[in-house]
Design a protein around this ligand. Structure first.
Ligand code: UDP
Length: 237
């Protein structure tokens, strides 16, 4: 498949992955499309691609300055980055600092409830199955990742949570929860995919106003405006 004269390796809900200039890299293009509920709700939002790209690039720079290895090689333009071609581990790691979303629904706790400890959970990366939650013994039983890899992913995730929570706190934002993906590259596990208001819950520290994809999921309006607010605050840190 080709798009704009380049080979499309994979087209997801919010990004397109093109073949890179060499075997070990890919070009990632951030689309304006927003989706929720496993693709059931879908809409194009002005500038969403470039806002998510800018936020994710800024967060990736910050994480790599703090010792986290990521897939990012360089920024190509407002909506494209050159990234290492990693073999994605087919589980998502979700971290929760405050109860919200599916956790609140599943366990019957009000959104915003304080948690006694940080929650880390895995879900299977499989749209057809609706990304079901999966535990460590199930992941190893299915040969998706080893125990050691999962331990390393969890440790890196908790370090990333500390770093991101601190950065967001500085700009008056509470990092409620977020999702990460990792990939294997040159024998190492590296951070892949994006970190943006599409993959995090971000609430204003003072007012609890939502500045993330829940505005889209819950038809609250001002989606790009809220993403822009997150970017503006991060640029002024
Ligand atoms: N998340 C994500 N991709 C997914 C599932 C979750 O980026 O496929 C993010 C989501 O935006 C939120 C966090 O992970 O910041 C926890 O999501 P949750 O399990 O509460 O699910 P949701 O409410 O999104 O169904």
């Amino acid at each position: 498949m080709e798009k704009n004269g380049k080979e499309v390796m994979y087209e997801g809900k919010s990004k397109v992955i093109y073949a890179g200039p060499d075997e070990k890299s890919v070009v990632i293009f951030y689309k304006d499309t927003a989706t929720a509920f496993n693709g059931e709700k879908k809409e194009d939002l002005n500038d969403k691609g470039k806002l998510n790209a800018a936020i994710s690039n800024l967060l990736y720079d910050y994480l790599s300055q703090n010792g986290i290895e990521t897939h990012l090689i360089e920024v190509i333009d407002e909506t494209k980055v050159l990234a290492k071609k990693a073999e994605i581990v087919m589980v998502e790691v979700i971290v929760r600092n405050v109860a919200a979303g599916s956790f609140s629904k599943k366990y019957g706790v009000a959104e915003g409830s304080k948690l006694n400890n940080i929650v880390a959970e895995f879900s299977l990366k499989d749209d057809e199955l609706g990304d079901p939650m999966i535990n460590i013994s199930q992941i190893t039983a299915l040969g998706i990742a080893t125990k050691e890899e999962l331990k390393e992913m969890e440790e890196k995730t908790l370090r990333i949570n500390d770093l991101l929570s601190e950065l967001f706190r500085k700009v008056g934002i509470k990092l409620v929860d977020f999702k990460l993906e990792f990939g294997r590259f040159d024998g190492k596990l590296i951070l892949c995919d994006e970190i943006s208001p599409d993959s995090c819950r971000l609430w204003d520290l003072e007012t609890n106003e939502k500045l993330d994809k829940d505005r889209f999921r819950r038809n609250m309006g001002n989606v790009p405006e809220s993403y822009q607010e997150v970017l503006t605050r991060l640029l002024n840190v």
